[in-house]
Design a protein around this ligand. Structure first.
Ligand code: ZN
Length: 314
């Protein structure tokens, strides 16, 4: 008689003991994948270190910034914003921006995977820029220069109506005021969202540079990674002097397109600044950290007969 209650007790305890745990275990498994993500972030704080793709060294972000986004170990040139370039090239407080409020219009009402209007808004928020180029005048050493600097961060530095118009106007400003012009390019080419309007910019900018040249004024084109397609096919390749940052990709059509069209193997280093310098398209390869000094030296030679000196004006 005394054995039976023991048996029932045994069954009662074993049954509920087996059923509940699986639900608890499932919950625990569900939670686990979330945790490693947060702990990983804790281990390597974001925005402090950057791994260099050139030499795999971990570089302290502040150190990278101070060196104009150039790796101190292997000289890899990271992308840099247009404003950082302007500040690194012009004398403090001397840069005066022109056409700063010019903005692109979605003339074609382009819609693809995303609408052009939406893309513009997104990139304006992301970069704080109105479009992919900043233009104006500033002092470089004792020279006053007209300067245009592209920003690859804004829609791949693509050239639409605004980029073309701003480049044209800054060149025209240089022509009117007897100033040398410098354009720093960084672009994937014409802006497809503006179709034919983008392509028209090639002729317009080239014509402005021709008028500038006819007046005997120098124009220096600086190529940075990457400078391709419509921009390379217009103002970027029209410099009296063409210089480039190291290892920049420079070309017109992409390597795959050329390979398929010509049905031939492309030589090693094809479409790099070094390859193009060997073949005479580029005059000099200059490190970003030495760019201001090099440009100032060129201006010293090129502007001997031009009254663009800051001292002379004052
Ligand atoms: Zn490196």
């Amino acid at each position: 008689m005394g054995e039976t209650p023991k048996k029932t007790l045994g069954l009662e305890t074993s049954e509920p003991a087996v059923t509940p745990p699986p639900t608890d275990v499932e919950k625990a498994i569900e939670k686990k994948p979330v945790n490693p993500e947060t702990t990983r972030k804790r281990e390597i704080p974001q925005g402090l270190w950057t791994k260099c793709p050139g030499c795999s060294e971990m570089i302290f972000d502040r150190e990278l910034e101070e060196n104009l986004n150039v790796c101190g170990h292997c000289n890899h040139h990271f992308p840099v914003s247009a404003w950082t370039r302007i500040n690194s090239l012009t004398e403090p407080g001397s840069f005066l921006e022109i056409d700063e409020s010019m903005t692109s219009v979605d003339t074609l009402e382009f819609t693809g995977t995303a609408a052009y209007a939406e893309k513009l808004e997104k990139h304006r928020d992301k970069t704080g820029l109105k479009d992919a180029v900043i233009t104006g005048s500033g002092n470089m050493g004792e020279h006053k220069v007209a300067l245009g600097v592209m920003d690859f961060g804004f829609l791949g530095g693509s050239m639409g109506s605004v980029v073309g118009e701003k480049i044209t106007r800054v060149i025209e400003m240089a022509t009117e005021n007897n100033l040398p012009a410098i354009i720093i390019s960084s672009s994937g080419g014409a802006r497809m969202y503006e179709g034919m309007f983008s392509l028209m910019q090639l002729a317009k900018t080239s014509a402005a540079i021709a008028f500038h040249g006819r007046k005997g004024l120098p124009y220096i084109s600086v190529l940075t990674h990457p400078t391709t397609a419509g921009v390379m096919a217009s103002y970027a390749s029209l410099g009296d002097i063409i210089i480039s940052e190291p290892k920049a990709m420079i070309g017109f059509a992409g390597p795959r397109v050329i390979k398929d069209t010509t049905q031939s193997e492309l030589p090693e280093g094809f479409q790099t600044a070094e390859f193009l310098m060997e073949r005479g398209l580029i005059d000099s390869i200059v490190n970003r950290t030495g760019m201001k000094k090099q440009l100032t030296e060129y201006l010293d030679y090129l502007c001997l007969n031009i009254k663009n000196k800051v001292k002379a004006e004052a």
